[in-house]
Ligand binder design. Structure first.
Ligand code: HEM
Ligand code: HEM
Length: 162
């Protein structure tokens, strides 16, 4: 039987191919983009487009529509996150590549799921602003983290032309 040295094992781990197939990568990009865009659209409608009317503030139609879109984007995103579990996340953790932003992605996604759940099922009138701010501040930052994750991840790929 062939026994591997620590060095050979490390080299083998480095060569696990973690690049996603094109259709899969595009689906992940599209669902995350829709998630971010719908969240941002709600923020614009809520904080910039409300107008003072005769009976108090009037809600802009974009506000409820952007949340419906957000709900749809959430469902798509969770579906594709599930699809990455084995194909990407588990194998990438084993390969030990891109660990910092990889764990960052896992933790931020779990945080967004938890605070999204909180907004939908737990938040009451008084504590809603806290859930809301925690959720969207981290949500907006996720866009930057995702870009960083991909740029740094590609640099660790020994097969990619640089
Ligand atoms: C997997 C990630 C995410 C999940 C599971 C999630 C889930 C949710 C849920 C369940 C709601 C409540 C909807 C409602 O009350 O009708 C919500 C609201 C919201 N989400 Fe997300 N979301 C995620 C990512 C994001 C991102 C990336 C942003 C970026 C800006 C964002 C921004 C918002 C905003 C602004 C609201 C409205 C907050 C409020 O009602 O005060 N979310 N999200
Ligand atoms: C929520 C979790 C995650 C998401 C949504 C995600 C998403 C992605 C996407 C879309 C890419 C670009 C793939 C390509 O260019 O084909 C990528 C690259 C990469 N990710 Fe993740 N990832 C996640 C978690 C992780 C974790 C936990 C690790 C490792 C510890 C990791 C390591 C990598 C590496 C090494 C690359 C570069 C792949 C290459 O080009 O060789 N990712 N990630």
């Amino acid at each position: 039987m062939h026994t591997q040295t620590t060095q050979q094992r490390a080299a083998a781990r480095l060569h696990i191919n973690l690049k996603l197939e094109r259709w899969h990568r595009r689906c992940v990009y599209a669902s995350l983009a829709l998630l971010l865009a719908s969240g941002a659209a709600w923020l614009v409608a809520r904080y910039w487009l409300r107008q003072a009317g005769q009976f108090g503030e009037t809600v802009h139609p974009l506000e409820p529509w952007s949340m419906k879109l957000h709900g749809a984007a959430v469902m798509l995103t969770l579906f594709f996150l599930g699809s990455l579990m084995n194909a990407h996340i588990r194998r990438a953790l084993k390969a030990g590549r891109n660990l910092a932003t990889g764990w960052g992605m896992i933790i931020t996604m779990l945080f967004l799921i938890a605070t999204g759940f909180g907004l939908y099922y737990l938040a009451g009138e008084s504590d809603r602003p806290v859930w809301s701010a925690l959720h969207w501040v981290v949500g907006l930052a996720t866009g930057a983290l995702f870009v960083l994750h991909i740029v740094l991840g590609r640099r660790t790929n020994p097969h990619r032309p640089h």
